[in-house]
Design a protein around this ligand. Structure first.
Ligand SMILES: Nc1nc2c(c(=O)[nH]1)N[C@H]1C(S)=C(S)[C@@H](COP(=O)(O)OP(=O)(O)OC[C@H]3O[C@@H](n4cnc5c(=O)[nH]c(N)nc54)[C@H](O)[C@@H]3O)O[C@H]1N2
Ligand SMILES: Nc1nc2c(c(=O)[nH]1)N[C@H]1C(S)=C(S)[C@@H](COP(=O)(O)OP(=O)(O)OC[C@H]3O[C@@H](n4cnc5c(=O)[nH]c(N)nc54)[C@H](O)[C@@H]3O)O[C@H]1N2
Ligand code: SF4
Ligand SMILES: [Mo]
Length: 711
């Protein structure tokens, strides 16, 4: 039994009889584990206990430590309960009426003076589908600005870009998780599932029990490596070189599926030509992986009857993120391992609604249902659903970090942020702090004070997962409906309601007349109809009955699509695209002044910018500050002691971190989690070099120096 489940069951014994038992979904990662939250009235106030849901369609009633404690932050004393306006530097409580009038005056004034595009919108992947959809509509119809983007730019954009180019559509997993145990070989590249999606580890363990070979590619020996048959300890940023070596072995030793290549793909001649030129010893030298291990891994995957490849941010968060993922997709296509049971690809989605949040129009170049804002037919369809003239729809804006640069250049004068903490999560975050200070007007809608809300002129109390009904699309592409369990605290309002209220204040209320999340969903269904991410056939009733539906689901009664690409790919000719990928070095390589590579990521106990998990004592006490993971040899060479403090510096900045020796990391690499702000914010150091296609920043490789420092 899962340790945490055991813990909860023990804890429950100590709790009073259950009342109000009801089902909710974890607000954190993309697995969207369901659970029962039970409120127990005691003389000292309400107590809560959490029970995993045995009938969960994915987890068999597992929860990780974050899910178990998720409700805590929603009841934190610091929870925002009233709208606030900053006056002479201090935020003071005001009524909704007053704040909406204030917002109207500020926005109208700024737009009149500087144009519609002087106001930007910044969203997030924790929002429901309804809210993500509405935020896109709000930017284009209420504000009529081209500037909208969201934190998914830092998360799923490279994998999405690669899947679109290769398959013609991007759905995180091409197969349901239930097929993982059917795979005979699995590649886990830059994905630390044991800490980041712990409740799905069971599928990989089951596969292994059934004889599946598992290859993990990561610069660190992570908790996920416990199930690895081979661990390729790649140098950060060198996955494409490593995969080129594997492709060479696969082609030369004849593990390619020629019938599949001929019938279902384009681009083989170019790729075969490119592979001829690859040198295995060069691939090994670049990636820092023993050539014999590259050969062994290529044989393992190439010879397996069935197989799956999974990537996550380790491979994707690079200035060559799209190319990196495309090379992994070459492996999949060359061996014909897709479109059948136990054969497929998965980009392990990150945020709770990282999948749905990227489909319905929060992205600068996108309209709902994966439609494109620069495609005339797509614009016409959405304009008709929204009841606005097509010419009135703005064109495309820029990506999340580029919005920050536009703010810094004072081209964007006002910003509305819903459910994100960009001061902690953007690369080169000192630029973000400097830029936000220049804004004439910043509105932040959040649950709790954050590093970003310190810069807000207006702070609005939004809704937490327990209060907010709506649909979420989890990592498999399964849409699920989450019901509200609790009333909103104080004057807090539902996130979607706040958007409608601001739209009304701006005189655009007639486009935002909804009585419930379901009303918004029904409009989203129409907007997505005929698009690549088609939700038209999905209704709240069916979601309840069927415990979720996989998109695309083009008409009511349609069974949904658990496995993609069984017959053809989504490009007009039905074929997938192979591509010759030239390896590119990270944009910043180590030098004498900055001799080590910094890579960043996550730990089990914290979530993203940490606002929610740092306010949860059960989590924070287990991991109270960011640690610099460094190999003991490298640490000693640099005069560091285990448990002491180090100054870590890149060209962009310098912070102080506690040192943790770890023989599990490469000697040339250090790792730091990014869940903290201010003096502990590793993004003060990261490189904002962006992928040319998807605009993903290079979070996973920059050059740093470490020096000892007194506590
Ligand atoms: N506990 C926890 N779980 C989470 C989250 C969280 O904040 N905390 N966030 C959620 C979200 S939004 C996301 S996007 C996912 C992220 O999930 P993951 O992508 O799995 O998480 P990361 O820790 O960012 O990176 C994964 C691994 O990539 C490795 N890596 C670094 N550089 C490279 C490289 O160049 N190549 C390769 N092959 N590997 C490399 C790191 O050592 C790390 O172990 O997790 C989700 N789940
Ligand atoms: N160095 C480095 N940086 C990274 C990454 C990395 O691996 N390394 N990963 C990147 C990735 S993958 C991601 S996804 C981003 C995430 O980056 P962010 O979007 O900044 O992270 P969150 O912590 O999710 O921010 C959510 C904020 O919204 C609030 N919030 C949460 N839920 C709700 C809600 O339902 N309604 C409202 N109104 N507010 C809510 C929270 O309190 C919090 O303040 O970070 C990126 N940054
Ligand atoms: S954080 Fe992810 S794995 Fe953990 S309980 Fe929440 S949804 Fe499940
Ligand atoms: Mo993410």
């Amino acid at each position: 039994m899962n340790d945490y489940v055991e813990l909860v069951q023990k804890r429950q014994v100590a709790v009073l009889p259950q009342v109000n038992a009801d089902l909710t979904e974890c607000p954190y990662c993309s697995v969207q584990c369901t659970m029962k939250l039970q409120e127990v009235a005691t003389s000292g106030g309400a107590l809560y206990s959490v029970t995993p849901n045995k009938e969960d369609p994915v987890t068999d009633g597992r929860l990780c430590v974050k899910g178990l404690n998720a409700h805590t932050h929603t009841m934190d004393d610091r929870r925002l309960k009233s709208p606030m306006i900053r006056d002479y530097g201090r935020l003071r409580n005001v009524s909704w009426e007053a704040v909406l009038e204030h917002i109207r005056i500020q926005i109208q004034h700024i737009q009149l003076k500087y144009g519609k595009d002087s106001v930007g919108v910044y969203g997030g992947g924790s929002l429901t589908n309804e809210e993500s959809y509405l935020l896109g509509k709000f930017a284009r119809v209420a504000l009529q600005t081209k500037y909208i983007d969201y934190n998914g730019r830092f998360c799923m954009s490279a994998a999405a870009g690669a899947s679109n180019l290769t398959f013609g559509v991007d759905r995180g997993l091409t197969n349901p998780l239930s097929e993982v145990p059917l795979a005979k070989c699995i590649i886990l590249a830059g994905t630390n599932i044991a800490e980041c999606q712990p409740t799905i580890m069971q599928y990989f363990r089951k596969a292994k029990q059934d004889g599946c070979k598992i290859i993990v590619i990561d610069p660190r020996e992570t908790a996920t490596c416990a199930i690895a048959d081979i661990h390729l300890k790649v140098k950060p940023g060198y996955d494409a070189a490593l995969v080129n070596g594997m492709l060479k072995v696969i082609v030369e030793e004849g593990y390619t599926d020629q019938a599949f290549i001929e019938q279902k793909t384009n681009g083989y001649a170019d790729l075969a030509e490119h592979v001829k030129k690859v040198s295995l010893s060069e691939a090994a030298a670049l990636s820092g992986v023993d050539p014999m291990l590259i050969i062994e891994a290529a044989r393992m995957y190439g010879q397996a009857e069935t197989g799956m490849v999974f990537t996550a941010r380790g491979v994707e968060q690079h200035a060559s993120g799209v190319a990196n993922v495309r090379n992994f997709l070459n492996l999949v296509l060359l061996t014909g391992k897709i479109g059948r049971p136990g054969c497929g690809y998965g980009a392990i989605t990150g945020q709770a609604n990282g999948q749905g949040g990227r489909e319905h129009g929060q992205k600068a170049d996108q309209l709902p249902g994966y439609r494109l804002i620069e495609d005339p037919a797509h614009r016409a369809h959405i304009a008709s659903v929204w009841g606005v003239p097509e010419e009135e729809l703005p064109h495309k804006g820029v990506s999340a970090y580029e919005m920050m640069e536009a703010i810094d250049r004072e081209e964007i004068k006002a910003l509305i942020i819903l459910s994100s903490n960009p001061v902690v999560s953007n690369p080169n975050s000192q630029l973000v702090e400097r830029a936000l200070k220049k804004l004439k007007f910043l509105v932040v809608i959040d649950l709790l004070p954050s590093e970003t809300s310190r810069f807000a002129h207006v702070l609005l109390p939004g809704s937490a997962y327990l209060e907010d009904e709506g649909t979420m699309t989890q990592l498999e592409g399964r849409v699920m409906v989450r019901r509200a369990l609790k009333p909103l605290p104080g004057q807090a309002r539902l996130d979607w309601r706040i958007l409608c209220d601001i739209a009304s204040a701006l005189g655009r209320g007639r486009y935002f007349q909804y009585g419930s999340a379901e009303d918004i969903f029904n409009e989203l269904r129409l907007a997505s109809k005929g698009g690549l991410a088609d939700y038209y056939g999905i209704t709240y009733d069916e979601l309840e009955k069927r415990k979720g539906i996989f998109w695309p689901c083009p008409e009511e009664g349609h069974p949904g699509t658990p496995r993609m690409f069984e017959h053809s790919f989504a490009h007009p000719d039905g074929r997938a695209r192979l591509a010759a990928i030239e390896h590119q070095n990270p944009k910043e390589v180590p030098s004498r002044r900055y001799p080590l590579t910094l890579t960043t990521g996550r730990v089990l106990q914290h979530y993203l910018s940490g606002v929610q998990t740092r306010s949860t004592p059960e989590l924070n006490s287990k991991y109270p500050e960011p640690l610099l993971e460094i190999h003991p040899d490298t640490a000693i060479e640099n005069g560091l002691v285990n448990g002491g403090y180090a100054r870590v510096s890149s060209k962009r900045g310098s912070i102080r971190l506690k040192v943790k020796f770890s023989a599990k990391i490469r000697r040339d690499t250090v790792f730091v989690p990014f869940h903290w702000g201010e003096e502990q914010c590793i993004n003060r150091l990261t490189n904002p070099a962006l992928d040319p296609a998807c605009r993903m920043p290079e979070f996973k490789a920059c050059a740093v120096r470490v020096e000892p420092m007194r506590a």
